[in-house]
Design a protein around this ligand. Structure first.
Ligand code: CA
Length: 224
């Protein structure tokens, strides 16, 4: 596992580098944003630990540039109380953040979690249930290789059900996750959407994937 640290304060960089090296990771350190971006974009690191305040280009600019070409997990180091930094970092594609100053075990826990997440989610992020395949990146759904045209909400609903295949989701849960509606009374919208979705993904095919669980909600699963 290779980790890149982009941190301009020598003491902080060395503290992190030493701890991670002792933890068995291969560590590279860059001390400014320009070299950091160059190393991150051209290297094969499993994780980047990125300070926000950097000489050259700052952490946000580095992250923006990096995300045009790379999906490598990024842990941002932000200053205490800078909530805006946290929000901004997430919006730009950071995977986690840690507020300075921090204790090393805290950093190590985040690093381990991010590396583990990276391993369990390979690049192919497609969701498959039986002959249904959803490509969340390209916003495409197919059954038996046949393209199915869906509205944005239908696509979100199908993706939710497929990602949690085999799990019964209540109308209230679905309403809050897909429509951001938090009232029991509005779940009729879910029933209507499920009906439309079924017409597209189940009706034309023999094997039905969306099932109603009476009095509870819906489950997407292949019942062979
Ligand atoms: Ca700094």
């Amino acid at each position: 596992m290779k980790i890149l640290i982009v941190e301009d304060e020598p003491k902080a960089a060395e503290y992190i580098r030493q701890g991670l090296a002792e933890g068995g990771y291969a560590v590279e350190v860059q001390h400014n944003g320009t070299d950091g971006l160059d190393a991150a974009a051209n290297g094969d690191h499993d994780l980047v630990i990125l300070d926000v305040m950097l000489p050259g280009i700052n952490g946000f600019a580095l992250l923006t540039a990096l995300r045009t070409s790379k999906e490598v997990p990024v842990l941002m180091l932000t200053a205490r109380g800078a909530t805006d930094d946290k929000v901004r970092g997430f919006n730009l594609g950071a995977d986690d953040y840690l507020v300075k100053p921090f204790q090393f075990p805290e950093l190590l826990a985040r690093v381990r979690a991010l590396l583990k997440r990276g391993q369990s989610h390979p690049r192919d992020s497609n969701v498959r249930v039986a002959d249904l395949e959803i490509d969340p990146v390209r916003h495409r759904a197919t059954r038996s290789g046949q393209r199915i045209d869906l509205t944005a909400k239908e696509f979100a609903l199908l993706t939710l059900l497929a990602q949690r295949a085999g799990e019964v989701l209540s109308r209230t849960q679905i309403a809050s996750l897909v429509w951001d509606i938090h009232f029991d009374s509005d779940t009729n919208v879910v029933e209507v959407a499920i009906r439309r979705l079924r017409a597209k993904i189940d009706d034309p095919f023999e094997a039905k994937l969306i099932h109603t669980v009476r009095g509870v909600g819906y489950v997407l699963e292949h019942r062979g």
